[in-house]
Design a protein around this ligand. Sequence first.
Ligand code: FAD
Ligand code: SIN
Length: 522
Amino acid sequence: MRYKVDFLVIGSGIAGLSYALKVAEYGKVCVLTKADASESSTKYAQGGIAAVMYDPDSYEKHIRDTLVAGAGLCDEKAVRITITESTERIKELIEWGTNFDKKNSGLFDLAKEGGHSEFRILHHQDNTGFEIERALLERARNHPNIELKENQFTIDLLTQHHLGEKVTRHREDIKCFGAYVMNKTQGSIDTYLAKVTMICTGGLGNVYNTTTNPIIATGDGCAMVHRAKGMLKDMEFVQFHPTSLYNPTEHPSFLITEAMRGSGGILKNLNGEAFMGKYDRRQELAPRDIVARAIDTEMKLRGDDYVFLDCRNIDKNEIMHHFPNIYAKCLEIGINITKDMIPVVPAAHFSCGGIVVDENARTTIQNLYAAGECSRTGLHGANRLASNSLLESVVYSHRAFLDSTKKVRQTEDFCDAIPDWNDEGMVLNEEISLVTQTEKELQLIMSNYVGIIRSDLRLKRAFDRIGLIYKETEELYQRSVLTPKLCELRNLIANSYLIIKMAMQRKESVGLHYSIDYPPKS
Ligand code: FAD
Ligand code: SIN
């Protein structure tokens, strides 16, 4: 099938939906999502969304905290844009129907997380993302100009390459005309022609074997833009969340929100000794890279598989009102968090790098925008400040909306010369188990060699092994009838390659990239 839309939005998390709701006032919008519409990292966000709401907080304080967490590598312009636009974007989320918790006084019940000098995290209990996704989806589903299509797997972006032209990374006039998309229900591969394409495909946590990310987080957007010869940056800065629930049979790992440390939770080793004081004066509320590394070091020194988060000192009322879902989840596996300590380990959580965008969310490919976790705005630098990513998504989706509605008016025609997908010579792939095995192999390589602590030797090892996996998978891809699993594997490999390559180029330890060969200067 061939479709034509003004705005093609790939992804139905906070970035995609908040953009779609705005551009829908200016043209026909199609939102594609590879699973059920709600399945996204957004849905699982716990802690909340950071924004400056009241005194004594100020934009300058939030800006300073973000810059400190980013370890000197943030783009200050992106930081200023995001923080100074935070209050407006929160008002919009509320107008769209999102409920954030309030105190008896009627003021928002703001929480605190690592690296924040003030209480500024708006939340809805401990399932803020679920509430935001609910509100946005409800609105999008009822909008007459938005068509929301589930189980549509975007394979690749359409550019001049599909017109038979040579497209290299040095070309400055690469244009996006839409995308090839697999309809998972019907098995067809459809052509979507669009005047503007917006990528909001989320994170890449499944590059690692332990992650808080849902299974949809396979870095598809980053891989597609890389293949289309767009620019990506900062991929080496993968954030490991310090505290995911240690429950080895569960995938993805269940998150224990940082807000619990903000409310007084203390990290302890298996002897029950608090240890964060040895690593940072801010202790449990140091930025995430520091806390995750401290836990990793503590586990390695003692040969333990996990550490504890002790929340027994948090008021029971606070647990029941602010953290009811974590309480219920832990109870399910026999842990009563008001009486027992919670076993936790770090897990891959967030990609600070991604598709390079400017202050209007424009990528280096014309007519192609990106927002949310797949994008690299420069806000996070070498390490993201907690709860800044939901905020970044709404701020840059808004900016993309302002810019792309102008763009759509200037673009008169669709690129009708784009051919339909050609699957001649493809055979049914009976070796599907190879795809699953290769994915596991890849995740182990990344976790063992490209995790929290890195070295030149480990990175080289990972690079060589991924090279072999790449070759084998490309051969399979060239001759097989495509499946979403095979496409995702290809994308995971591309993301792994980019993470390793950029990690190898960085000859220093900074923020989330820590190499024993280049110890930190101070
Ligand atoms: P997502 O919400 O992940 O949406 C991606 C969408 O793209 C999905 O709809 C997916 O189906 C679709 N998609 C992907 N690939 C394709 C494809 N090939 N074809 C079609 N569709 C595709 N951040 C905070 O600021 N505060 C928090 O409290 C917080 N807590 C978190 C807790 C957890 C457990 C996790 C995992 C993350 C948390 N984060 C938090 C990070 C934050 O949730 C994400 O960065 C943010 O939600 C990303 O939004 P997004 O719209 O970019 O992507
Ligand atoms: C959390 O709730 O700890 C996650 C917050 C985030 O990832 O920003």
